[in-house]
Design a protein around this ligand. Structure first.
Ligand SMILES: *Cc1c(COP(=O)(O)O)cnc(C)c1O
Length: 477
């Protein structure tokens, strides 16, 4: 493609993108498709000769697009969202155009310094201690793994980095029963072992019971094991339960454990003064992660890790071969030393565009709108004779189910699963589920960039319409 064709195609593509953003609700939220439907439409061999761009783009529209789940659809209520926004998309286009590799200060000074600045802005806007420093990672999974590796190396004075495990280490890591699977994964990868993740019981609101945490730590110490780290959750993935950061922090201090706070989804709410209580006591913690790529209108991927003492992280990861050395290394930040990967994308640009374009006020008002929509929907569900909400709703995720005493737990689980399936098959809304105390719960996450009250009303009507069919279906069996 020559530069002139690029200009022409890019203009047309931006028109297509703008149309998509305007009309995204016209697509089914999730595709009706069978495994291999897309794969089998694609040729078996890569083309030897370059193809016409128009053919490529028309295949995108005809083959790829029908196989996509439309995450930006305002009626996508599943998982947690991966929000984008117009300023974020524009920044992403610039990032690819510059194509810079931002591993060190010298490889793009502006990228490093913008990252430092926007992360300071966000830190202060979120009420995180002003001495903490941040780094952008691809995902919360990577950030949590990095924090755990730093905890491991701090505890062993960087010995495992150097010599590997001796076989004598008996590290233990603690988190609530509702821990995200990324913590399990981090234990597997870090060599600590998944079996050494201790799942602490939760209270009625599905938050970690800190007394139980202390008991578990004492029990492990008695057994000759080495407590290493606690991962507390601000907003568990199941039900956005909020672990008690202050009391967990006190226990970590008492026993000398690293305290990592996983606020991947809910962390964005800290931009609201009325949610500052969530990190009360975080000053005793060591690290904190949140994903602007979930609820902060910054398209995937962009995850932010804050550290009280970044040098533990940097000492864990830094390693400077001759070809990466520069005479400015003492004066500047080389973010390649703050994580696993060497090469880094220029993600700070997206954050800068988003924060400046919305302004903190603009972001706050969108968050408050989502929270208001959620409150009204909670009332509607509560008023329904045969529905119940299965977990507190501190933010904008509602876990609910159909309920009738005539049915057993198993039957209810089947009805609710069928119900969600019917709604999702309609293509008009999309929900995912969790299990709370063995009960199938539909999760309704109200956080889409463009969600409006009528999307919530329509989804509610759709749910009510489909419910009798789900009950009928299970009765017939
Ligand atoms: C989404 C989520 C994660 C994982 O986030 P990735 O960025 O996809 O790795 C971890 N913890 C919690 C609480 C989450 O909600």
């Amino acid at each position: 493609m020559n530069k002139e064709d690029f200009r022409k195609q890019a203009h047309q593509m931006v028109d297509w993108m703008a149309d998509y953003l305007e009309e995204k609700e016209k697509y089914p939220v999730s595709p009706k498709i069978n495994p291999r439907d897309i794969y089998n439409q694609l040729p078996d061999k890569a083309p030897e000769k370059g193809e016409d761009y128009n053919d490529i783009f028309s295949d995108f529209k005809n083959i790829i697009l029908p196989g996509m789940t439309h995450w930006q659809h305002p009626s996508f209520f599943g998982y947690f969202p991966a929000n984008n926004s117009e300023p974020s998309i524009l920044a992403e286009m610039l990032i690819s155009t510059l194509g810079a590799q931002c591993m060190s200060w010298v490889t793009s000074p502006a990228a490093t310094e913008l990252e430092e600045k926007v992360l300071d802005w966000l830190r202060d806007a979120k009420g995180i201690c002003s001495t903490w420093k941040g780094v952008i990672q691809d995902t919360a999974s990577t950030a949590t793994l990095s924090a755990l590796l730093a905890a491991r190396e701090k505890a062993t004075n960087y010995k495992i980095n150097e010599k590997g495990f001796t076989g004598e280490e008996k590290f233990r890591v603690y988190s609530s029963e509702h821990v995200h699977s990324s913590i399990d994964k981090a234990l597997k990868i870090s060599g600590i072992g998944q079996n050494n993740l201790v799942r602490i019981p939760v209270d009625d609101s599905f938050a970690m019971i800190s007394e139980e945490l202390e008991l578990a730590i004492l029990k492990d110490i008695d057994a000759g094991l080495t407590p290493l780290c606690v991962v507390s959750a601000l907003g568990t993935t199941s039900s956005t339960a909020i672990d008690p950061v202050r009391s967990i922090g006190k226990i970590c201090e008492k026993y000398g454990l690293w305290h990592h706070i996983d606020a991947a989804y809910a962390g964005t709410a800290l931009l609201l003064p009325e949610y500052q209580w969530m990190i009360d006591g975080h000053d005793t913690a060591d690290s904190y992660v949140f994903n602007p790529h979930k609820w902060m209108f910054t398209n995937f991927d962009c995850s932010v890790l804050y550290l009280k003492n970044p040098h533990y992280l940097v000492n864990t990861f830094s390693l400077t071969p001759e070809y990466l050395k520069s005479n400015l290394d003492g004066e500047v930040n080389n973010y390649r030393d703050w994580g696993i990967q060497l090469g880094r994308r220029f993600r700070a640009l997206k954050l800068w565009f988003v924060i400046r374009s919305y302004g903190l006020e603009g972001i706050r008002s969108k968050l408050r709108y989502h929270l208001t929509l959620t409150k009204s929907q909670v009332i509607k569900i509560e008023q329904h004779d045969h529905m119940e909400i299965l977990a507190p709703v501190p933010l904008n995720t509602i876990c609910f189910r159909y309920h009738d005493i005539r049915y057993s737990l198993d039957e209810l689980n089947l009805i609710n699963e069928k119900w969600m399936g019917l709604v999702n098959q309609s293509g008009k809304a999309f929900f995912t589920h969790t299990k709370l105390d063995g009960k199938f719960a539909i999760r309704w996450v109200i956080a889409q960039t463009d969600v409006k009250d009528f999307h919530i009303k329509n989804a509610w009507n759709l749910l009510l319409d489909q419910l009798p069919l789900a009950i009928e279906h299970v009765k017939e069996k």
